[in-house]
Design a protein around this ligand. Structure first.
Ligand code: C2E
Ligand code: MG
Ligand code: MG
Length: 538
């Protein structure tokens, strides 16, 4: 009768040897079956995970709660053990997939056929339970593709999906049977690497994966390239439960991404602290507008020969009671990532236009606009209403954008730029010479001005090379009919050098540091054009 039961049944003798296995139980395992072998040995040989928990239960004199074990092929069994009067035990084995078939489907990623997040969490909890007995360390490896979004955006979702399938194949090919690979969603994958010496095994695997995933793909006859960034958390050191291990692997991944992508990083406790600090900063930043903690400084832009003030760049400052004055470098990136730059940028535009309209001389005002602000279709409307509310002549407003606005630029970004220009507003390319500095951007859009990045003036490297670049950019601007201004001039010597290279406008500490609104208004008032502006020593 036992032999016909749909569920698996084993009986274990008091010596730990398997004395009987019904047909269903034998069918679960390949080979000659368990009878006549010690249960522990058999489960070990069959590559079952968490098997030792079951063996322990068979030695107990009470009935066990369900113990979940994983078979080498990926099936999961719920097992129970009941003591027999002779000192042995009877073990029932139920294939989880048989009684929760639908739930099992919900554990697979339909695109790649890999386990999904639900299944991965469960496998991780099995590994953690096993750890109690084996004390064997394992690695939780979080992986995310670099630049996958641009493949999706430019080539379409079917191509993106086909690429993900190829990536999954490559990942699988690099793993051992005991490793568990899951797709967590989107372009995120996770690997559980057990049964290996850590951290060496994780280091070796991550190194291999960065190389393997980064190799060229051919999908539907098209050549595609992506890379991968990897974060690693180790059990037991980096977390004792599912959530903390996953979170820490993701924090390490986040660090790999911010460290420039295409690299792997192990979790470190400081990452947790930095993330907390970031969260606090974000909380403060969210309330900063309401608490009126922002102010604008204005830095003079000066024409040479003769020296005269031609405009100011508006530079954002954030002052809080707890933090003091926070530099834009420390909060603009976060504002961009969280989207907060949109309302903040709107405030900057309105305030800069209002201040400029109050100046007694019609000099221009430059306002920095982030790429994120261009994702918002309202940008043109925001600029228009800032101009209308302040009454500022549109010809006095200059938007400064960096090339990140034009990288992957969609038609809508270019349309917005043209719409802004047709209002009479000028558009400048900021930080020119850094990043990719592709000259095609100058073809894509008719810029009014190039702002040569300050690194070419001061810079850490060879000064003569910086000057050569300034000369080339100035000449380029001249022949394209685009004005140029050199940023970061701090000394008279640098000023003489850039002037010798053909530069006609500068913005730097030498000709004026960023100043508050009142000082800017006063400077504008005492500079009836054209008049020399006094150098402001650094
Ligand atoms: P940026 O637009 O290139 O602004 C010029 C930066 O160079 C300013 O730094 C300015 O104070 C600094 N600078 C000017 N002259 C000199 C000099 O002679 N020597 C040196 N060492 N530095 C000089 P700041 O104010 O810290 O702003 C940093 C960056 O933050 C800006 O670079 C801009 O990218 C961003 N930023 C500032 N305000 C805003 C804003 O309202 N919106 C957005 N989206 N970004 C802003
Ligand atoms: Mg700027
Ligand atoms: Mg700049």
């Amino acid at each position: 009768m036992l032999s016909e039961l749909a569920g698996g049944v084993l009986t274990i003798g008091s010596d730990g040897f398997v004395t009987f296995a019904n047909r269903s139980a034998s069918a679960l395992f390949p080979g000659p079956g368990p009878v006549g072998i010690q249960l522990l040995t058999f489960l070990d040989l069959s590559g079952v995970s968490n098997g030792s928990a079951l063996v322990e239960a068979t030695r107990s004199r009470t009935a066990s709660a369900p113990i979940r074990i994983g078979l080498a092929g990926g099936r999961i069994l719920d097992t129970r053990s009941c003591p027999l009067p002779d000192g042995g035990a009877v073990v029932t084995l139920l294939d989880v997939g048989l009684y929760i078939h639908e739930a099992d489907l919900a554990r697979r990623d339909p695109l790649t056929g890999l386990p999904n997040r639900v299944e991965l969490r469960e496998r991780l909890s099995v590994l953690l339970a096993e750890f109690q007995r084996t004390q064997a360390p394992f690695a939780v490896i979080s992986l995310d593709l670099d630049h996958f979004k641009s493949v999706n955006d430019t080539m379409g979702h079917p191509m993106g999906d086909a690429l993900l399938v190829k990536v999954a194949e490559r990942l699988r090919s690099a793993l051992r049977p005991s490793d568990i690979l899951a797709r967590m969603g989107g372009d995120e994958f996770m690997i559980l690497q057990s049964d290996a010496a850590q951290p060496q095994a994780a280091t070796a695997l991550a190194t291999r994966l960065v190389d393997l995933i980064g190799r060229t793909y051919i999908v539907s006859g098209q050549i595609l390239n992506v890379g991968t960034s990897i974060g690693i958390a180790l059990s037991p050191g980096d977390g004792e439960d599912v959530d903390s291990l996953l979170k820490h692997a993701d924090l390490a991944l986040y660090r790999a991404k911010t460290d420039g992508k295409g690299v792997f990083r192990f979790f470190q406790i400081s990452m947790d602290e930095e993330m907390q600090a970031r969260r606090l900063l974000e909380l403060d930043l969210r309330s900063a507008l309401a608490f009126r903690q922002f102010e604008l400084n204005f830095q003079p832009q000066v024409e040479l020969d003769p020296r005269r003030l031609v405009g100011f760049e508006a530079l954002l400052r954030w002052r809080t009671p707890a933090r003091g004055l926070v530099s834009p470098a420390d909060f603009i990136p976060l504002a961009e990532q969280t989207g907060l730059i949109v309302p903040i940028g709107e405030w900057v535009l309105q305030t800069a236009c209002r201040q400029a309209a109050s100046w007694s001389q019609p000099v221009s005002v430059g306002v920095n606009v982030s790429a994120v602000q261009f994702n918002n279709a309202r940008l043109v409307q925001i600029v228009t209403s800032a101009l209308n509310a302040s009454g500022l002549d549109p010809g006095r407003l200059e938007l400064e954008i960096t090339e990140s606005v034009l990288i992957n630029s969609t038609q809508s970004v270019l349309e917005q730029l043209h719409a802004v220009k047709s209002l009479g507003v000028r558009v400048a390319m900021d930080d020119f010479g850094t990043g990719y500095s592709s000259l095609t951007y100058l073809q894509k859009f008719p810029f009014d001005r190039l702002k040569v990045d300050q690194s070419f003036v001061g810079g850490s490297g060879d000064g003569s090379k910086g000057m050569a670049i300034i000369r080339a950019v100035t000449a380029l601007g001249n022949s394209l009919g685009i004005a140029t201004i050199v940023e970061g001039v701090e000394t008279e010597e640098q000023l003489a050098q850039v002037r010798a290279e053909g530069c006609t406008e500068v913005q730097g500490y030498l000709t004026g540091r960023p100043m508050d609104a009142a000082a800017a208004a006063a400077l504008a008032a005492e500079s009836p054009s054209p008049t020399a502006v006094q150098g402001d020593p650094p």
